[in-house]
Design a protein around this ligand. Sequence first.
Ligand code: HAM
Length: 428
Amino acid sequence: MAFRAVKGMNDILPDEVQRWQQVEAVFRETVRLYGYSEVRTPIVEPTSLFVRSIGENTDVVDKEMYTFERHDDSLTLRPEGTAGAVRAYVERTVYAKEPVSRWYYLGPMFRAERPQRGRYRQFYQAGCEVYGDKGPNSDAEMISMLVGFFHQLGIDGLEVMINSLGGTDTRKRYHEALKEYFRPHAESLSAHAQGRLEVNPLRILDSKDPKDQEISRGAPSILNVMDAPDREHFEALCSNLQALGTPFRIDGRLVRGLDYYTRTLFEISSTAGELGTQNALVGGGRYDNLVHELGGPQVPAIGFALGIERLLLAIAQQPVSASPVCFFAPLGNPAAQRSLILARDLRQQGFVAEVDGRGGSLKSLLRRADAIGARCAVVIGDSELANDSAILKDLTRHTQESVTLSALSDAIRKLLTESNTLSPGELI
Ligand code: HAM
């Protein structure tokens, strides 16, 4: 019986993993320069953690969680990384040890959404969370870091959208303003939106139903009901972004699908590459009350997560350079043993080496070297062994030379580090 992967969950085979590792490496390096350290939290958390933080009446909690019972506990595969990070931050009393924490994470998330290009049931996020900094400078710095990161990967067609949800008071006033606006339209709203009207009218702004979207277009903007401190925060964010040269657009109806946000909200999308309608690369925002709501002190926080699959779709057109490979083609057992030693020495210098393990004629060995895209091949037969030499073939230029074994590693190194190839350890 043949098995298939679960719908919406993808295998990432070795030839694709290389591109993943490259963008992950650029991400790690970018955030390192901004002082972030990696955190790793469990993939499974108590269901109530997500209900409490992401919020009831959100699509994620109502429809998309993978929840199961075990030992009388209700557990859920994490649909996002923020809730688990805050849980760890509070549980380990990190706030008592350092005034500001900058964390990043990379890993799989799970949402039972309808799969399509750029939307999967298991997908990978790279995210950052900052605790203990109330902004707005850190808000602008985070957004501009992301734009720099996308530019470094060659992604263009970027659009940065920002909004503010204000603090508790502003949000309360906005809820009232939205209810007042939507009530006369209640009958034209989708059944789903009607259910949200009195409990969480913000969610109607986020609805994917065309009728709801049409009505939402006339809804009041939160920017009109904001109190003075919230307004100052938002204006300082805009002014910082301008100073940093980061273009952005204000969208007064941007709300995002998770309930924990306060004040700054942002989304970055792109029209690049093979991204389709699912073109939001990043979602993020401030969540100044969540640490407290999950049992910690009042510590402000801000964060974002970006979808790695979508990032790869956005750079789909660009070739990704791989490390050059030296292929050893030994003819016979004594030559094979010698090749194992030579290849090991080469790897110790940081180069990629593969020794043929299948044998066969010289022709078939060289065909294999071509098939794996090797940069050079080392052919060693009995006659070469007899006079301590090898034939070094340049598979790009189609030239070859006889090299003594003592000079071989230098000659290979020279070939592998020539321009148009990458030196070991170098990224994209
Ligand atoms: P989110 O907007 O739900 O935010 O997700 C962030 C990003 O994850 C999206 O912009 C998208 O690139 C990717 N993503 C989300 N769902 C899927 C999916 N089904 N398939 C593929 N990619 C997907 C959060 O998750 C928040 N935790 C972000 C955050 C961190 N806010 C504060 N800190």
